[in-house]
Design a protein around this ligand. Structure first.
Ligand code: KIV
Ligand code: ZN
Length: 498
């Protein structure tokens, strides 16, 4: 008999804390519905007291999703819990996730408190949350660096107070796998009443060990894992859902099952990457572009003879289907609608008509349209309300000559033009933009990513611009990478605080 492991997805809370990757409520609903299709047990939908946007997202996700539990984060503060409970009012299954730092450094520097007082605050928060919901999860922030004996006292006290799940976060990603596993084992063996709650892992990837630590936690008794799609999250990110799900699937000998429909992994990964404008590294396990690409002759020969020689996962098991219909200029609206549906994107007829129009324009420039292209097109209207828009762009460049760019911008309905020379076409175009937008801004980061293989591919550009002491993130996508770069730059400027 296999044990059941609960999958707690925090893409929309911890994952969304990545600077520049914030989603609006409509996009969050889209991701939440996809997570439901994927089969996650719990969706952490936000931290309602942190902003009206988070509050509203928890409300709307609660309405949109049926069977996963919707979870809202709070600090161990009554007001936070009141607001979380209000945000969860429409959830069919609801959970409040409350907690406090338990490591000595958190107790001393963050709370200027004592160990005993922290236990009291933890217990009070759990009891208070219980007034609103039956399902209360407690997190012991920085548990990874909390002494085991004290941690066991905290866990015992919160279970006694009614916590149904206790989360043991390695907040700083500090632990070694053996150390984290031993921590979970210690709790399983030393906490009275541990059978009344589920122990959860929550591992960060600062030292590249999030997945290893999570699996070690599971092997030692944890029965919930907190994960994100593509492992996104602050700093080096969180444990990636797809890695844990596939480890358990590949290693039947562990005898632990999840409810994940693994064939939905790849479309979900693409959707999150596309909506958050966050590229997946090509060699990322399970969902990276090269995860199943065998390039050496010996490997290719082996795989052609029998895939099992070098493949431990059939790409189809994670939803990668090389035979998927490729859309071209001859594809109709219905084919596009079907592909969007497979990718988890539903839209109104009006929006579909617009996306189809853009699709035909792209198909004129590019032979085969990939899923990534479609997802970019589906999200392309996110900039329609921007007050600065690129009207035209002309660039001449070559070897041994300085590049020249001329462009036109529409700023709140007014037309502006400028021309500039530069070290390269992007430099020239950005200087032209700066002639019109006369602000002291500095380009800090500039990444160009071609999504698939062809020279006709859509280039995605991510930029970070510093202005007035603040960092702004912008995104652009176009088959012309100079245009994509200018779009990303303008996207940053549109976000400047007025
Ligand atoms: O990493 C962490 O400690 C967290 C908690 C708020 C659960 O994200
Ligand atoms: Zn975290």
């Amino acid at each position: 008999m296999s044990d059941r492991l609960f999958i707690f997805d925090t893409t929309l809370r911890d994952g969304e804390q990545v600077p520049g990757c914030q989603l609006n409520t409509v996009e969050k609903i889209q991701v939440a519905k996809q997570l439901e299709t994927l089969g996650v047990d719990v969706i952490e939908a936000g931290f309602p007291i942190s902003s009206p946007g988070d509050f509203n997202s928890v409300i709307e996700i609660s309405k949109a999703v049926t069977w996963p539990t919707i979870c809202a984060l709070t600090r161990a503060v009554q007001k936070d819990i009141d607001v979380a409970a209000e945000a969860l009012q429409y959830a069919k299954h609801k959970r409040i996730h409350t907690g406090i730092g338990t490591s000595d450094s958190h107790i001393k520097y963050k709370f200027n408190s004592t160990r005993e007082e922290i236990i009291e605050r933890a217990v009070n928060a759990v009891k208070y949350a219980k007034r609103y919901v039956e399902d209360v999860e407690f997190y012991a922030e920085d548990a990874g660096r909390t002494e085991n004996e004290y941690l066991a006292r905290v866990v015992e006290a919160v279970i006694k107070a009614g916590a149904t799940v206790v989360n043991i976060p390695d907040t700083t990603g500090y632990c070694l796998p053996d150390e984290y596993g031993a921590k979970i084992k210690y709790l399983m063996e030393h906490v009275d009443g541990i059978d009344k709650a589920i122990i959860s892992t929550h591992c960060h990837n600062d030292l590249g060990m999030a997945t290893a630590n999570t699996v070690s936690g599971v092997l030692n008794g944890a029965r919930q894992v907190e994960v994100t799609i593509n492992g996104i999250g602050e700093r080096a990110g969180n444990t990636s859902l797809e890695e844990v799900a596939m480890i358990l699937r590949c290693h039947h000998d562990i005898h632990i099952d999840t409810n994940i429909n693994t064939q939905k992994i790849y479309p979900t990964s693409r959707m999150v990457s596309s909506l958050m404008n966050m590229p997946v590294q090509p060699n990322k396990a399970i969902v990276g572009r090269n995860a199943f690409a065998h390039s050496s002759g010996i490997h290719q020969d082996g795989v052609l003879k029998n895939a099992q020689t070098y493949e431990i996962i059939d790409p189809k098991d994670v939803g990668i289907d090389d035979n998927a219909i490729v859309l071209t200029a001859r594809s109709g609206r219905a084919a596009l609608k079907h592909r969007l549906h497979v990718l988890g994107v539903e839209m109104t007829q009006e929006k579909l008509d617009k996306v189809y129009e853009d699709f035909l324009k792209l198909a004129d420039k590019k032979k085969d349209i990939t899923d990534d292209d479609i997802l970019v097109l589906a999200g392309a209207d996110r900039n329609v309300n921007h007050h600065i828009k690129l009207e035209y762009l002309q660039v001449t460049s070559g070897v041994g000559v300085r590049s020249v760019a001329s462009l036109g911008l529409n700023i709140s309905g007014e037309h502006f033009e400028a021309a500039a020379t530069g070290n390269g076409p992007v430099d020239a175009a950005i200087k032209a933009v700066k002639q019109i937008i006369k602000r002291q801004m500095t380009l800090k980061e500039f990444t160009i990513q071609a999504i698939s293989k062809g020279s006709d591919d859509v280039g995605k550009v991510h930029m970070q611009v510093e202005y007035d002491g603040q960092m702004y993130y912008g995104f652009g996508a176009n088959t012309d990478i100079i245009a994509a770069s200018v779009e990303a730059y303008i996207d940053c400027i549109n976000k400047f605080r007025k």
